[in-house]
Design a protein around this ligand. Structure first.
Ligand SMILES: Cc1cc2nc3c(=O)[nH]c(=O)nc-3n(C[C@H](O)[C@H](O)[C@H](O)COP(=O)(O)OP(=O)(O)OC[C@H]3O[C@@H](n4cnc5c(N)ncnc54)[C@H](O)[C@@H]3O)c2cc1C
Length: 377
C-alpha cells in the first residue's frame, strides 16, 4: 500500500507522523510505504508571525527543519507537486519525478493574494508572511500617530487574527506612550464584527473599552495609494495614515490549474474528509472547502482523524470515525490576557472572560506546537 501525502505543514506533518507510528509494523514489513512531498525543507510556525509584526519574536524563532520533525519511517522529499493526475493515481513533481499512490492526502495549505486587489500590495501592511511581518514591524516603529485602518479580505486563514491585531495595536501604542495620538478603526466584510457570532458578541464591548471604532459591511475593492484611501465594494471609503490588511486567500495554484477546486479549495466530505467523487483521495487543513475556520487547530484535528482512519483502512479495511468539525482558537485579548473559542459543526463557541493564565497557556503553546506536529500531543 503506497500512501502519498502532499504538503509538509501542520496537517501533512501530523498525518505523516501519526500514520508512521500507527503503521510501524506494516512499514517495517514493507507492506506499507509512507511518502511525504513538500515545497520546503523548513517548517514555519505561522501564528508566530503576529508576534514578529509587533517585535515580540524574530523570524528565526518560527522555524524548524522539516526532516527533524518526522518519524524515521517516512520517506520525505522536498519536491513540490506540479501536476495531480488523479485518474492515473499519480502526481508529477518539479524535480521531474512521478509518484504513484494507492491513497493520496492533499495538505497544501493556502496563501494570501493581495496582488489581486488594485493598490493593496503597494498601499498596505500585512503580517501573513515572514517578509511582510518584518516590514509591518518596521513601519509600526516609525509610526508617530494618526489613523490606523485595519481591513479584512475573505476567505482568509486564522479568522481570529483580525480581532487579535486590534488588541495588540492598542497595547503596542500604549507601551510606546502614543496611544492618545492614534485612532484605531476596524473594517469587516459582513454585517457584524466577526464571522463567528459569539466572537462578534464578545469582541464588540472589548473593542469599545479600548477605543476601537468599527465599520461592518466593508468589502475591500481597491487602495488609492496616492491619496491614502481604502475603497469598498459598497462604495464607501476610508482615509488612513497606516493601512493594515488581512488579504483574501486562495489555495495553491496547481490545484486550480488541475481543476481540483475553484479558488484552490477542494470539495471535501465534511465527515470522512474524502475529496468529493474520489474514494482514495483525502483533503486536510486549509485547502478543504469545509465550513470550518482555516486554522492550525482544525488542520490538527482533521489530521488526527484522517490518520486514524487510513491506519484502520490498512488494518481492517474500514475507517473508524468522523471529523466532527472541531476547532480550538486562542484569542489574545490584550494586556497579557487571552481567551479561547472551541466549537464544532453542532456547537457554537462559548467565550469565557479573558484571563492571564490563558495568555500564558497560548505562549506555552507557541513552543508546544513542535510536539504537536510530531503527533505526540
Ligand atoms: C499570521 C497567522 C496567524 C495564525 N494564527 C493561528 C492561530 O492562532 N491558531 C491557529 O490554529 N491557526 C493559526 N494560523 C493558521 C494556521 O497556521 C494554518 O491554518 C495552518 O498552518 C494550516 O495548515 P495546513 O497544513 O493546511 O497548511 P500549511 O501549514 O500552510 O502547510 C502547507 C504545506 O504545503 C506545502 N506545499 C504547498 N504547495 C505544495 C506543492 N505544490 N507540493 C508540495 N507541497 C506543497 C507547503 O510548503 C507547506 O509545507 C495562523 C496563520 C497565520 C499566517
Amino acid at each position: 500500500m503506497r500512501i502519498l501525502i502532499v504538503g509538509g505543514g501542520t496537517a501533512g506533518t501530523i498525518v505523516a507522523n501519526n500514520l508512521a507510528r500507527r503503521l510501524g509494523a506494516e512499514t517495517r514489513a514493507g507492506k506499507v510505504r509512507i511518502t511525504l512531498l513538500s515545497a520546503s525543507d523548513r517548517h514555519m510556525y505561522q501564528p508566530g508571525l503576529l508576534y514578529v509584526a509587533f517585535g515580540h519574536m524574530t523570524p528565526d524563532q518560527l522555524y524548524r527543519d522539516q526532516a527533524s520533525l518526522l518519524e524515521p519511517n517516512i520517506d520525505f522529499h522536498v519536491d513540490p507537486v506540479t501536476k495531480f493526475n488523479l485518474d492515473k493515481n499519480q502526481v508529477l513533481t518539479a524535480g521531474g519525478k512521478t509518484h504513484d499512490y494507492d491513497i493520496l492526502v492533499i495538505a497544501t495549505g493556502s496563501r494570501m493574494v493581495p496582488e489581486e486587489t488594485p493598490g493593496l500590495t503597494e498601499g498596505a501592511e500585512f503580517f501573513y508572511t515572514e517578509a511582510s511581518a518584518v516590514k509591518m514591524f518596521k513601519r509600526l516603529r516609525e509610526f508617530q500617530g494618526g489613523k490606523v485602518v485595519v481591513a479584512v479580505g475573505v476567505p482568509h486563514k486564522c479568522p481570529i487574527a483580525p480581532v487579535e491585531v486590534m488588541f495588540m495595536l492598542h497595547d503596542y501604542f500604549k507601551a510606546r506612550g502614543i496611544r492618545d495620538k492614534v485612532q484605531l478603526k476596524y473594517h469587516y466584510p459582513i454585517g457584524r464584527i466577526h464571522t463567528i457570532e459569539n466572537v462578534a458578541i464578545w469582541a464588540k464591548p472589548e473593542f469599545e473599552r479600548i477605543g476601537v471604532e468599527t465599520e461592518t459591511l466593508f468589502n475591500i475593492k481597491e487602495v488609492d495609494v496616492k491619496n491614502n484611501l481604502l475603497k469598498s465594494e459598497e462604495d464607501t471609503e476610508v482615509a488612513y495614515d497606516l493601512l493594515i490588511v488581512i488579504p483574501q486567500h486562495r489555495g495553491m495554484e496547481v490545484l486550480e490549474t488541475d481543476n481540483l477546486g475553484e479558488g484552490g479549495w477542494i470539495p471535501t466530505d465534511r465527515f470522512s474528509l474524502a475529496m468529493k467523487g474520489r474514494d482514495n483521495v483525502y483533503v486536510v487543513g486549509d485547502t478543504t472547502n469545509l465550513p470550518v475556520s482555516k486554522t492550525g487547530s482544525a488542520a490538527h484535528f482533521q489530521a488526527e482523524t484522517l490518520a486514524e482512519n487510513i491506519a484502520s483502512i490498512v488494518k481492517i479495511g474500514a475507517p473508524v470515525r468522523d471529523y466532527d468539525g472541531k476547532v480550538y482558537c486562542f484569542i489574545e485579548a490584550g494586556h497579557d490576557r487571552a481567551t479561547y473559542a472551541m466549537f464544532n459543526y453542532q456547537n457554537p463557541p462559548d467565550l469565557k472572560p479573558p484571563s492571564k493564565p490563558m495568555h500564558w497557556f497560548k505562549l506555552s503553546y507557541n513552543q508546544m506546537y513542535w510536539t504537536s506536529v510530531r503527533g505526540l500531543l
